[in-house]
Ligand binder design. Structure first.
Ligand code: SF4
Ligand code: SF4
Length: 285
């Protein structure tokens, strides 16, 4: 079986142009599966406008369920739950339950049990560029690293089953467990940043997190003309750490416009990307 190359695009925080850059790569990736692991803001799946061909429920955790017919009303569960998840009638407020099982252990009547809780769905969609795996969370549920792992796992299963040679992932922003789940074991990681002091700070944090997993790392500076000084600081940081700066993308209103028109920037503004050395960047990652 051919090795499947996995490339993940992340950023230290949201709103840096991560999805815009990922979407711009999509039309140029031959024989790839795409995965939207930014499950809180699944904008890649919105941009690619796929048609759902499969979906599965995702049970990321277990939660307590109260059986009122067995309950004697002793109140031990209510007194023991540290998460305030048990209501006055001893039923469970599901979004507050952490599945710690304390209520199950203290209940003398076996009226509390843990059951799998469905927190979202994982979808496979067909787009004009290839298959896309993405997910949605039930409102009120939190992003979990396990859901991101499931999206990645489904993308890999699909790539193996269909003989694809690459997986391109739009990762979550930040440095939390969802990001760690998206980069663990990836072949290359593209970090999208912008030249602001907070952008540089976030870049340093996310870079030190990514280093632990030893992928090839690239930096993309979006809105590169926002501050010459901070842009230079980012380039210095990249040079000190031996990380290639793949692209410096100046601010361009037309890119913002293309996104609001649900168009892929590298297609809608092909000349702009061509002049930035897009082809060389594509060959590098
Ligand atoms: S499993 Fe834990 S968090 Fe959930 S209701 Fe029971 S004690 Fe509370
Ligand atoms: S501990 Fe068990 S029996 Fe007591 S109130 Fe809670 S569910 Fe009912």
């Amino acid at each position: 079986m051919n090795k499947i190359k996995e490339t993940v695009v992340i950023s230290g925080k949201g709103g840096t142009g991560k999805t815009s850059f990922t979407a711009s790569l999509v039309p140029f990736m031959d024989n790839a599966v795409f995965a939207d692991c930014d499950v809180d803001a699944p904008n890649l799946s919105i941009l690619l406008e796929g048609e759902t061909v499969e979906e599965e429920e995702f049970s990321g955790l277990q939660r307590a369920v109260h059986n009122s017919s067995l309950c004697s009303g002793c109140g031990q569960c209510l007194a023991s739950c540290r998460f305030g998840a048990i209501k006055g009638d001893f039923s469970v407020h599901a979004p507050s339950c952490e599945g710690c099982a304390v209520c199950v252990h203290v209940c003398p009547e076996n009226a509390m049990t843990l059951e799998d809780a469905v927190v979202g769905k994982v979808y496979e969609s067909e787009t004009i560029y290839g298959p896309l795996v993405h997910a949605s969370l039930i409102p009120g549920e939190e992003t979990s690293g396990r859901l991101v792992s499931r999206v990645r796992g489904a993308a890999r299963e699909l790539a193996e089953a269909t003989g694809r040679t690459g997986i391109l992932i739009d990762g979550p922003p930040g440095i939390g467990c969802a990001v760690i789940s998206s980069v663990t074991g990836a072949d290359s990681v593209c970090i999208v940043t912008e030249p602001t002091l907070s952008g540089l700070y976030d870049l340093k944090r996310v870079y030190s997190m990514v280093l632990r997993f030893n992928p090839a790392v690239f930096i993309i500076i979006n809105k590169a003309d926002l501050s010459e000084d901070v842009c230079r600081d980012i380039e210095d940081f990249a040079a000190e750490n031996g990380v290639p700066v793949l692209m410096k993308i100046p601010f361009n209103k037309k890119i913002v416009q293309s996104l609001s028109n649900r168009e892929i920037p590298s297609v809608a503004e092909a000349d702009f990307f061509e002049n930035l050395g897009w082809k060389k960047a594509l060959e590098t990652i």
